[in-house]
Design a protein around this ligand. Structure first.
Ligand SMILES: C[S@@+](CC[C@H](N)C(=O)[O-])C[C@H]1O[C@@H](n2cnc3c(N)ncnc32)[C@H](O)[C@@H]1O
Ligand SMILES: [Zn+2]
Length: 277
């Protein structure tokens, strides 16, 4: 028997986990039709793309995140820039041994892909509102279910997810609470003050604090563990160019004005939160 196509693999995976998903328009259950699309009883139809991803966003939205930004992010991930973060997340997943992991705001998918490669997750799902990111993720990885979707209206059923990853992305805690299983956890990654400080200094953006973000997380979840990821990462010129392209920090900056730096600081906090009883 020949190798299954990406689309066939996605169809098998979706069929096995169909109860996890729901229609984001009317919240009804979904059925897989002819390995081609997911359909609800109100005839909302979501086609499975050739690359195995789904588009379940109510409307497409253009963001500052485009293909060149996602390409730069992916190259930086491949060069190991975020490996200290992935190592720590991997430890968390080792303890939790989740069946269903939702990466909310997965971008081009490298983090979830790397985690799933290290520690097979039975049903990993990555969602992002930027179609360019999801397409890129699906191009590189066929083991994760990639979905274009809004993290404020996920196509997930109530209490269906064991772990929500939310890495350097916006959150919607009401939605996260809805989809988390009773004993599920949210793992949120937030930058600390020294994160990319060598770039921030050049942009005069040194007054960042994550206090408000952490406070808002604490209002919704009990923090059961907290980890700091701190590393001085060495850069070569090509990585520096990718770094300044991939970060929203430089959104309004003239990239030519930035001076090459050989080291840059990775400083992140991982918050592990549990649902309140
Ligand atoms: C800084 S990027 C981080 C991406 C990825 N987690 C990473 O660490 O490389 C933030 C991501 O959040 C996504 N995003 C922003 N608002 C969103 C929403 N409402 N629903 C889903 N994704 C969203 C963006 O498209 C972008 O990919
Ligand atoms: Zn529907």
């Amino acid at each position: 028997m020949g190798k299954l196509s990406k689309k066939q693999r996605a169809a098998e995976r979706l069929q096995a986990n169909i109860g996890t998903l729901r229609c984001p328009f009317c919240y009804e259950a979904l059925t897989l039709i002819d390995d081609q699309n997911l359909t609800c009883s109100n005839r909302h139809v979501f086609d499975l793309a050739k690359q195995g991803y789904l588009n379940m966003a109510k409307q497409s939205q253009s963001t500052i995140y485009d293909t060149s930004l996602f390409n730069a992010r992916q190259r930086l991930n491949e060069a190991g820039f975020y490996t200290p973060l992935v190592n720590q997340l991997d430890q968390e997943l080792a303890n939790l041994a989740p069946k269903i992991v939702l990466d909310a705001g997965c971008g081009e998918g490298s983090h979830l892909q790397q985690l799933n490669t290290r520690r097979h997750i039975p049903f990993p799902i990555g969602i992002d509102l930027a179609k360019e990111g999801v397409q890129q993720a699906a191009k590189h990885d066929e083991d994760v279910q990639w979905i274009v979707a809004d993290l404020a209206n996920t196509p997930m059923n109530n209490q269906s997810v064991d772990v929500i990853l939310n890495i350097l992305s916006p959150s919607n805690y009401a939605e996260f609470e809805r989809v988390l299983a009773e004993d599920g956890v949210v793992i949120k990654v937030v930058p600390n003050q020294a994160y990319l400080k060598e770039i921030r200094q050049q942009l005069d953006q040194t007054d960042y604090s994550n206090n408000d973000v952490v406070d808002r997380f604490r209002e919704s979840f009990d923090i059961i563990r907290e980890h700091r990821v701190f590393a001085e990462q060495e850069l070569i010129e090509a990585m520096f160019q990718d770094l300044i392209q991939m970060t929203p920090l430089t959104q309004d900056a003239d990239l030519n004005q930035l001076n090459f730096v050989q080291h840059v600081t990775l400083d992140l906090t991982i918050l592990v939160g549990q649902k309140r009883p």
